[in-house]
Design a protein around this ligand. Sequence first.
Ligand code: FAD
Length: 279
Amino acid sequence: MSTEHKPVPISFEFFPPNTPVGSDKLKTVVQDLSAVKPEFFSVTYGAGGATREKTLATVKDIAAMGHEAAPHLSCVGSTRESIREILGTYRAQGIRRLVALRGDLPSGTAVAGEFRYAADLIAFIRQEQGADWHIEAAAYPEYHPQQRYAKKDLEHFAAKMKAGADSAITQFFFNPDAYFHFVDEVRKLGVTAPIVPGIMPIHNYAKIAQFAARDGIEIPRWVALKMEGYLDDAASVRAFGIEVVARLCRRLIDGGAPGIHFYTLNQSALSLDICKQLG
Ligand code: FAD
């Protein structure tokens, strides 16, 4: 692929490791990924706050290595007081960027708490903390799986952005037209903020197909059949996965995407290979 393209900002997403060994390994991954000078690294937050301490510890590790770290924060099931306390802890650590989400409670858990939607959390952060946070929200180019009506989902997304989000990161997808259509639709609703594609390198095809089926994400038939045909030929899965994802990124960037956010699953090699393909 050509190397004559203007670079776009890159960011990487991690989940908080469960063990000290995992934390050490993640530091090496951060080090490796820093070669492409990412804008920030984000760290997910377990459903209902299950990883609260681990998310904080991971964010601190990344910040201590001199990089911008953005914790994810979900609000469903939380009280205003608990969110206030978490924001205070991050603020004291010098963190000023976060990914604000509704989240999903584990099934069987009652929906208690003082927030219903991500828009409520975003409005609360702005109201309590002012303008000095960079707030990212989640976007779904193939629509949120719990929303039956596309038009409603677009309107809810626009309302969430108007509540005070600075930019959005999308759910992963493989169909660039879904992204471009989503961006066109929300622009018509007055959303001007950058909408950064979330990209899933294909680490393990079976697992990604499972995530996609759960979250209502289309895997094109030509990709699915070819991947399924490779069976356990890991080298072919890897090479084809890089080709498909790098081509997707190229189309997105050429079509105006303002950046790329990689779902790394705490691994560096595939994301780096894709960045290399992109020049
Ligand atoms: P919302 O924007 O609140 O939307 C949720 C649903 O409610 C949608 O169907 C929407 O159409 C509907 N809705 C919104 N407003 C209204 C309204 N006023 N009336 C009626 N319906 C409404 N999950 C985690 O647990 N931890 C993470 O770290 C995490 N990180 C993520 C990062 C990214 C980039 C993305 C894309 C998703 C992430 N998720 C994470 C998953 C996310 O929490 C789930 O998809 C969740 O179901 C929705 O969260 P949201 O912030 O998009 O919700």
